[in-house]
Design a protein around this ligand. Structure first.
Ligand SMILES: [Zn+2]
Ligand SMILES: [Zn+2]
Ligand SMILES: [Zn+2]
Ligand SMILES: [Zn+2]
Ligand SMILES: [Zn+2]
Length: 160
């Protein structure tokens, strides 16, 4: 019965191994902190362990409005018609007569002003903030000083 003796040998070897494990010294290091799993630090909740947080600030270029006053029309949205000087009419004098005839200005169709081609209603979208009025900036997380980790309170950062 060769197989039985081989099996017994295997069992003996197994027992020997188990025996060794049982005799591990009892005064080993204390179990790791359950809160941080022995790491001494925890992922910062303030920044999601990224170390930086997104700070939304009002755009300084447009003062948070998202639009800038048009320089071409000074924010009016229209430019005064140069042909009729903004009146919409052109005074013409009849040949040989002293009668003043006013005819509608063709350039501005009598409106006296031309729509500004550079803007919409005198406002131009702010390019600094993409017309949103706000700028998202990455700033260092105050909770973890940019490290993304905070010391574990349960074990005071692993220091016992
Ligand atoms: Zn801990
Ligand atoms: Zn943080
Ligand atoms: Zn802006
Ligand atoms: Zn304009
Ligand atoms: Zn005109």
């Amino acid at each position: 019965m060769k197989s039985t003796s081989m099996l017994l040998g295997a069992v003996a070897a197994l027992l020997l191994t188990v025996g060794c494990e049982v005799h591990v010294r009892q005064d080993g290091p204390p179990p790791p902190c359950r809160t941080c799993n022995g790491a001494g630090s925890l992922a910062c909740g303030g920044c999601g362990s990224k170390g930086s947080v997104e700070v939304i600030t009002a755009c300084g270029t447009c003062k948070g409005s998202g639009a800038l006053r048009c320089g071409s029309c000074a924010g009016a949205g229209a430019i005064s018609c140069g042909k009729c000087k903004g009146t919409g009419d052109i005074a013409e004098f009849g040949v040989g007569k002293k009668l003043e005839v006013k005819i509608q200005c063709k350039s501005c169709a009598g409106r006296g002003s031309l729509a500004c081609g550079a803007c919409t209603g005198g406002r131009i979208g702010c390019s600094a903030c993409g017309a949103k009025g706000k700028i998202a900036q990455q700033a260092q997380c105050q909770s973890c000083a940019g490290t993304g980790k905070v010391a574990c309170r349960s074990c005071r950062g692993g220091r016992r």
